[in-house]
Design a protein around this ligand. Structure first.
Ligand code: FE2
Ligand code: FE2
Length: 275
């Protein structure tokens, strides 16, 4: 593993003066902080994913090199940046304890067996994940009133869009060999979308909530209400238009068809994915 991260990161959380955070402005939006904390857990588990992907793409020096020298460091920095922000606003919150519990459960779901069957389709799955994160951080950047959070999420969003572009390029490289049909690519898109919605974020948020509201952790109605509020925040602010545009690219639809299905897909996405 490369240790000199300064050489590969386009920005550094250490260069952002966290004392500029408007704590009262940030603390007022508890649901947003819960969402940021859940996101920080998934980002901080990226080294496990890098390891799985590196095994899956063994022999491809271009992909292996980019994953290990750039992608992993950038994703881990996203986790560190969000953790630092949470720690500043919620000094009493035991991030390490909640993350430990999260990772114990999450790591069991994150195996090589869970990757797609082929390299091109795994790249489609990675595009879905980067689409989700890019859209999420763009939304937070646009609706947050706190300037330091806006700066951090702008940096992260830029990274996520660049990640998407790399994974999309790698998808095209492998799909030239595999020649998957649009139907097959669509299947990979849908499978990964379901996982994002149902698994990763649910596990992360559950562990955030159980530590943040530990006295009420056994009250399932209370916890479900809290989770619903956070998910509502995502649904209200994420751009379905940006999400669909990025998702459609691997399908390489003729522009006429793309224009025809775009609006319908936005509606379907809003109802199904951002439900
Ligand atoms: Fe990230
Ligand atoms: Fe990313």
């Amino acid at each position: 593993m490369q240790t000199d991260t300064q050489a590969v990161l386009s920005w550094r959380i250490e260069d952002i003066d966290l004392s500029r955070i408007d704590r009262s402005c940030a603390a007022i939006n508890e649901d947003l902080l819960l969402l940021l904390c859940a996101a920080s857990f998934i980002e901080s588990g990226s080294d496990l994913y890098t390891s799985n992907l590196s095994t899956f793409f063994d022999g491809d020096q271009e992909v292996f090199g980019w994953l290990n020298q750039h992608w992993e460091h950038e994703e881990l920095q996203h986790g560190r940046a969000l953790k630092a922000y949470i720690n500043y606003v919620w000094p009493e919150f035991d991030w390490n304890l909640a993350f430990e519990r999260f990772f114990d459960e999450y790591s069991k779901t994150c195996s090589i067996e869970g990757l797609e069957k082929t390299r091109a389709l795994e790249m489609v799955a990675r595009c879905v994940v980067e689409t989700g994160t890019a859209t999420l951080y763009r939304a937070i950047n646009e609706f947050s009133d706190e300037l330091v959070l806006r700066e951090i999420t702008n940096n992260i969003c830029t990274d996520e869009v660049r990640h998407y572009k790399y994974f999309f390029r790698f998808f095209k490289k492998y799909n030239q060999i595999e020649d998957n049909s649009r139907f097959t690519v669509l299947g990979a898109l849908i499978r990964r979308m379901k996982e994002i919605k149902n698994e990763d974020s649910e596990i992360a948020l559950r562990h955030v909530l159980s530590v943040r509201y530990s006295p009420k952790a056994c009250n399932s109605t209370y916890m479900q209400e809290k989770a619903a509020r956070v998910n509502g925040l995502v649904r209200t602010h994420m751009s379905a238009d940006m999400f669909v545009k990025m998702l459609l690219k691997p399908l390489n639809l003729p522009s006429k068809i793309q224009r025809g299905v775009h609006h319908s897909l936005i509606k379907i996405t809003q109802h199904v994915f951002f439900r």
